[in-house]
Design a protein around this ligand. Structure first.
Ligand SMILES: [Fe+2]
Length: 259
């Protein structure tokens, strides 16, 4: 199984194309460089026959105008519909901070919230850490990205999922980091989820989690803690970086690539 991984597109605001003159064909607006890069990535995904793509969040940069940001996400999603490669979205803080979650859910079937799916014996569990530590969901105009949290309902969901007996190995997807990542010896870096330690305990005690895919920390990273690999995907918007995850009977292999 071959999976393409992208994250942190931070798409700029998309302009609405002008209405064509009567009887004339519409002239499409040229793509911004990030959208052009993503289209090149999907061409590759098609050529190399990726089974699917995982987008680890922060689709939009966010302008502060919810209608514009929703339009950007919608137009982008529509332009990707022609791709034959299915995409699983994970919600990022920029998505949740600029677009109401109930609208985001309409961008694609799986955008927003926690969910899971199984492919070839691997259980993928997407988490949504776009909550503040009081359990309140991020919403436009009132969110602090340094305060991220996985609320109780999702912890229960995660435990229940990991108790399933119909999978061999689990891969966790989360926009924010779940590994322990310190700023010197001073404090835990704010890109890490506030209650990440609790989540790591759940993952470790299940014994079936091999890999966590995360983003948000734009330079990327790759750590192993208590037998679990935490792979932080580098941001796409900076250097058109993506990764290819290969899953076979030997385990997981990740290759770093650029467009
Ligand atoms: Fe982010």
């Amino acid at each position: 199984m071959k999976i393409g991984i992208i994250a942190d597109l931070h798409l700029p605001k998309k302009e609405l194309p002008p209405r064509p003159e009567p009887g004339k064909k519409p002239t499409p607006l040229p793509d911004d460089p990030i959208t052009a890069g993503v289209k090149a990535f999907y061409e590759k995904a098609k050529e190399e026959k990726y089974d699917f793509v995982i987008n680890l969040g922060d689709l939009v940069e966010g302008t502060g105008n919810g209608d514009d940001d929703y339009m950007t996400a919608s137009m982008f999603s529509r332009s990707m519909i022609s791709s034959t490669v299915n995409t699983y979205y994970v919600l990022g803080n920029h998505d949740a901070m600029f677009i109401p979650k109930d609208l985001l859910l309409h961008c694609s079937q799986t955008l927003g919230g926690a969910y899971s799916f199984i492919k070839e014996g691997v259980l993928f569990i997407a988490l949504d850490a776009n909550y503040s530590c009081d359990g309140k969901s991020y919403e436009p105009g009132a969110s602090d990205w340094t305060d991220s949290y996985i609320p109780d309902a999702q912890k229960e969901f995660l435990k229940k999922q990991l108790e399933r007996t119909d999978f061999e190995r689990a891969v966790i997807l989360c926009h924010q980091r779940l590994d322990l990542f310190m700023d010197g010896l001073e404090h835990v870096n704010p890109h890490v989820v506030g209650n990440a330690e609790e989540i790591r305990n759940i993952l470790e005690s299940s014994g079936k989690t091999a890999l966590v895919l995360q983003a948000h920390y734009h330079s990327g990273d790759d750590t192993v803690q208590n037998g679990i690999r935490y792979y932080t995907q580098q941001a796409f918007f900076k250097k058109f970086a993506y990764s290819v995850l290969t899953v076979n009977e030997n385990g997981f292999a990740i290759e770093k690539e650029t467009i």
